[in-house]
Design a protein around this ligand. Sequence first.
Ligand SMILES: O=P(O)(O)OC[C@@H](O)[C@@H](O)c1c[nH]c2ccccc12
Length: 264
Amino acid sequence: METILDKIIAKKSETIEALYKRKDELKTIVQSNEKRSLLNKMKQADVLSVIAEFKRASPSKGDINVEKDPTEQAKMYELYGADAISVLTDTPFFKGSYEDLAKVREAVNLPILCKDFIVDKIQIDFAKAYGADLVLLIAAALEDEKLHELYTHATKLGLEVLLEVHNEEELDRALKTDAPLIGVNNRNLKTFEVTLETTEKLAAKIKESGRYMVSESGISTFEDILKVTSCGANAVLVGETFMKATDLESKIKEMKVSLRAEIK
Ligand SMILES: O=P(O)(O)OC[C@@H](O)[C@@H](O)c1c[nH]c2ccccc12
């Protein structure tokens, strides 16, 4: 059966073809060499790190907030204490773009994650050119060889990688790389089912391996934060809750819990 992940990936071939046509653009963009490391921040942090996402829409939720302006939202995220910003750049399913990424880069000085379904090096080149400091690589979407190739390409360009897994098999594959940042997606990209048990199940192995752990998706309440920090998450990645929040400041601030106190 064709899953939504298959559909997204199939559509990517069109995007990639278009990016190769725009390749010359890359030469004209002046890239800054400023180093903004989420990993270093997480290493030093004794409170939970919060990655706040700019997400207009998604295949599972439809339109989430299509009114919000990336520049303004990014400035609010920074002002209220987010540690990094994730920007969706997929257009067909998430209504994002590299232009959004560039706007967020202009607006803030935080590390920025380019959130996309990366299956080709050219997407990493564009992410870098438009101002990303990190890229997402999704184990479920990549064979081992491709995963290694893209991981190497990103690190060569000076980008950090958030390597996303959803189950133990994917985690084992992720641990064969030396990626220090592992993201556990609580949402199954094939069925859309969301449960924080995913983080709880995989946490021990990630901690044992000495990697840093980001719990992604489906996080909205203080109880959710306690659940993921008590099993060892160093960071959370939050989209919908922040895009819809009426009081964004308190929503972000309530998530900045102490890690020392929570880990048993
Ligand atoms: O809106 P949420 O449930 O807070 O989720 C944010 C983020 O984790 C989610 O957007 C995400 C996680 N992994 C992805 C991979 C591709 C696209 C999107 C995602």
